[in-house]
Structures are given as structure tokens and as C-alpha cells.
Write a protein that binds this ligand. Structure first.
Ligand code: SF4
Length: 240
């Protein structure tokens, strides 16, 4: 991967555009600039998922798979009114949960996951959401992305040094690659590259802001490079 320090083999020698992230130092310096500019562009780095506590954020994040945050926010008030915590959700009838979360899609699987997740919270964590990444990723339906999201939102005050990972969703994945911070082929590889060049304290907010920028400007099909505050430091600007 290019940010490790070696740079792309011979790209500049052959007169081509310098490879993205040609050195770890260059990538880290550009990442710092990206962090600063996005912070000015999106001062409020907040998840759009409405939640009142870590459990609600965990559930909302599971529901957000293949679904918009707005749609998740439509169903969670009824879900949390009926099942305010893991004890209640673990004891729920699957079909009742399915009915409530149906608009979010894949509702049978999601209901199954939520019941299993809640049961594990009750059985192994006293009905509390564990804090550590190593425990969070042992919960049904929870991977590093969801764990990092929960740590950087509902648990943010407990992680002043930053979450234990970078939440890499589809937007973060796309933007990190376009910005030349990673050529990883999967979210784990992109996360590892971002963790090397961005200070931990910025992991949570950067992820949230890349998502906002991906939705508003650097869209999947047609990025608006002409309106992008990162255009002069983005190796992909104007290449679409
Ligand atoms: S310049 Fe274009 S490709 Fe680069 S981050 Fe901005 S919108 Fe995305």
C-alpha cells in the first residue's frame, strides 16, 4: 500500500502524475490538511442516527445497513418505545420486531441480529454495551465499523483520545481511495491505512465528515470536484 512509505514504483520517473500518497509523510501532511478543511466545512460532526444512549446507537447502526439514516430514524422511536433496553429486546417476539423495522429492509435478518445481540448483552455484559473494541466486535452483527461508530458517537465522552478504529463505510472507503490515502481493496485495509496517517484523536470526526462530504460533494457516480474544498490537494480531482 502506498502510504507505507515506499511510493508507487517508478510512477513519477515515467513522467506520470505522482502516485497518490507517494510517501507516508506526504500522505500524513495532506491528511492533516483534509482534516482541517473538512472540520471548517462541516463544523458539526454528528451522526444523523438519532439515539439517546450506546444501546440505541448500536441498534440504529445495525439497522442502517443497506438503508438510509432517515429511514432508520423513522422506525427507532417505535422500536425503543416497545423495547427500551437489551432485556426487553432479547425477550421480544421476532415477528413483532420484524413488523416495526420492516421499512429498513432485510428486516428478518436484522430482527434476528438484534435479538441475538441483545441476548449477548444481557448474558455476558450485564445488559450494558461493552466499551472496548475487542468486546464490541464479538457481538452479533457488530464489526469494526459499527464498533468505531458507537465509540465515536454515543461513547465519545469515554474516548477522549479517540475511538479504537476508523469507521469505514462506503463513503469513507471511496473518499480515502480518491484522496490517495489508500489503495486498499476492502474496508479493513483502508482503515489500516487511515490509522497510519491520521492521529487517533481525529479518527471519529474524520469518518463522520468524510461521510458528509461523500454525500454532499464527492458522490459515488458524479463527484462535484469543481465545488470541492479539497480539489487542489486531491489527486483524483477532475479525473472523472
Ligand atoms: S476533488 Fe473531486 S474526487 Fe477529490 S475529494 Fe473532491 S469531489 Fe472527491
Amino acid at each position: 500500500m502506498s502510504v507505507k512509505g515506499g511510493g508507487a514504483k517508478g510512477a513519477s520517473k515515467r513522467g506520470r502524475k505522482k502516485a497518490p500518497g507517494a510517501s507516508a509523510r506526504e500522505a500524513a501532511s495532506r491528511a492533516k490538511e483534509v482534516v482541517g478543511r473538512l472540520a471548517r466545512e462541516y463544523p458539526e460532526a454528528k451522526s444523523a442516527l438519532v439515539h439517546k444512549n450506546p444501546f440505541e446507537m448500536l441498534v440504529a447502526t445495525v439497522l442502517s445497513a443497506q438503508c438510509t439514516d432517515a429511514k432508520v430514524n423513522e422506525v427507532t422511536p417505535a422500536l425503543f418505545a416497545a423495547y427500551p433496553g437489551p432485556e426487553e429486546l432479547a425477550a421480544a417476539r421476532p415477528e413483532d420486531v420484524e413488523e416495526i423495522i420492516r421499512p429498513t429492509g432485510f428486516y428478518r435478518n436484522k430482527a434476528k441480529t438484534l435479538l441475538a445481540l441483545s441476548a449477548k448483552l444481557v448474558e455476558e455484559y450485564g445488559g450494558q454495551v461493552p466499551r472496548k473494541m475487542e468486546d464490541l466486535v464479538r457481538l452479533p452483527g457488530v464489526g469494526r465499523k459499527t464498533a468505531a461508530v458507537v465509540q465515536s458517537t454515543a461513547l465519545k465522552h469515554e474516548f477522549p483520545e479517540g475511538p479504537e478504529g476508523v469507521a469505514v463505510d462506503t463513503h469513507v472507503f471511496r473518499l480515502a481511495r480518491r484522496l490517495g490515502f489508500s489503495d486498499g481493496k476492502d474496508p479493513d485495509a483502508v482503515e489500516r491505512d487511515l490509522m497510519k496517517i491520521v492521529p487517533r484523536k481525529d479518527w471519529g470526526d474524520l469518518s463522520l465528515r468524510l461521510i458528509l462530504h461523500g454525500r454532499a460533494v464527492c458522490k459515488a457516480r458524479k463527484p462535484s470536484c469543481g465545488e470541492c474544498v479539497l480539489a487542489d490537494i486531491c489527486p483524483s480531482a477532475g479525473t472523472f
